[in-house]
Design a protein around this ligand. Structure first.
Ligand code: HEC
Length: 243
C-alpha cells in the first residue's frame, strides 16, 4: 500500500522534479568534497585565513629576490669592516673571566673595586638574580617560592629545579672568573645573562655575590665593634639555643 501511495505522490509532482533534485544533491556535495580534499592533500598555498588582523604583511624572506638592490638579494651582506659582537673578545680576562684557559681569581684591570661597584652590583643582582636566588642568595627568591606553590598543587605539570644557594661551600669557593662565567653563560638549568647584562655590570654582580658570601660567613673579628652590635639568633622552632 505504501509504495503505491509514494508512486502517486511522485506522479503528482511537476515533470523533471526528480532530475532537478538529483542535480541539486550532486552540486551540494561539491563544497564538502573540496574541503575534504583541501584538508587531505598538501598544498603550496597559504591556508585560507578570512579574518586577517594584519597577520600577513608584505615582506622579504631569506633567499627571496628583491629588485630594489642591484644584486637582487633581499638578504644583505654585512657592510665591509663589520665586527660581530662575538668577535670582539680582545681581552679574555674582561669578557670571559678566563686567562690561558683558567678562571681568573682577580677583577680585570678595567674594573675598579670600590663602593660604587658594590652599589651597582647590588642593584643589578636585585634586578636579575634576586627573583630566583633571593635577597641574600640562599636560592629562596619569590620565583622559587611561587614555583613551589605550583609544584605542590600539581598545576600544569610544573617541574622545577631549585636555584642554588650561593653560600654552598663549592660555590663559595668559585674563582671570580667562574662566577662571571656562570652569569654570562648560565649553567645546567640556569640561563646565561650575557645578552641582557653589560660586561661591567656582570663584574659588579660578581663583586656583590662575593660580598654576600663574605657577609654570611664572616668571623666576628672582621666586623669593627662587633661586641657592641645586637646579636640576632635565627633559632628554628624546636631547636635549642646553644650559645
Ligand atoms: C630564573 C631563575 C634564575 C635566575 C634569574 C638566576 N639564576 Fe642562578 N641558578 C638558577 C638555577 C635553577 C640554578 C641551578 C642550576 C642547576 O643546578 O641545574 C642556578 C645556579 C647558579 C649558580 C651555581 C652554579 C653552579 O655551578 O652550580 C650561580 C653561581 C648562580 N646561579 C648565580 C646567579 C646570578 C649571579 C644570577 C643573576 C645574574 C642568577 N644566578 C640568576 C636559577 C636562576
Amino acid at each position: 500500500m505504501f509504495p503505491t501511495k509514494l508512486k502517486c505522490m511522485l506522479d503528482d509532482l511537476p515533470p523533471g522534479t526528480l532530475y532537478i533534485a538529483l542535480l541539486v544533491t550532486c552540486i551540494a556535495m561539491v563544497p564538502p568534497a573540496v574541503i575534504l580534499r583541501a584538508r587531505a592533500v598538501p598544498s603550496e598555498h597559504r591556508r585560507i585565513h578570512l579574518i586577517q588582523n594584519m597577520d600577513n604583511q608584505p615582506k622579504f624572506v631569506d633567499q627571496q629576490e628583491n629588485i630594489l638592490f642591484r644584486d637582487t638579494r633581499s638578504m644583505r651582506p654585512a657592510v665591509p669592516g663589520t665586527v660581530s659582537r662575538s668577535q670582539m673578545i680582545d681581552d679574555t680576562h674582561l669578557h670571559l673571566g678566563t686567562m690561558d684557559g683558567e678562571f681568573v681569581t682577580t677583577f680585570p684591570s678595567q674594573v675598579s673595586v670600590d663602593s660604587d661597584l658594590l652599589k651597582r652590583g647590588q642593584i643589578c643582582f636585585e634586578i636579575y638574580c634576586l627573583p630566583c636566588h633571593g635577597v641574600q642568595g640562599y636560592g629562596d627568591g619569590p620565583v622559587h617560592k611561587r614555583a613551589m606553590v605550583l609544584l605542590n598543587t600539581g598545576t600544569n605539570g610544573t617541574t622545577w629545579v631549585q636555584p642554588k644557594s650561593l653560600h654552598e661551600e663549592a660555590i663559595d669557593e668559585y674563582a671570580l672568573g667562574q662566577v662571571f662565567w656562570v652569569i654570562s653563560n648560565g649553567v645546567r638549568n640556569m640561563a646565561g645573562y650575557k645578552s641582557q647584562i653589560r660586561v661591567e655590570d656582570r663584574w659588579a654582580i660578581v663583586a656583590w655575590v662575593e660580598a654576600l658570601q663574605l657577609s654570611e660567613s664572616a668571623p666576628a673579628e672582621d666586623v669593627p665593634d662587633a661586641d657592641s652590635l645586637p646579636v640576632i639568633n635565627n633559632i628554628l622552632p624546636g631547636e635549642e639555643d646553644e650559645s
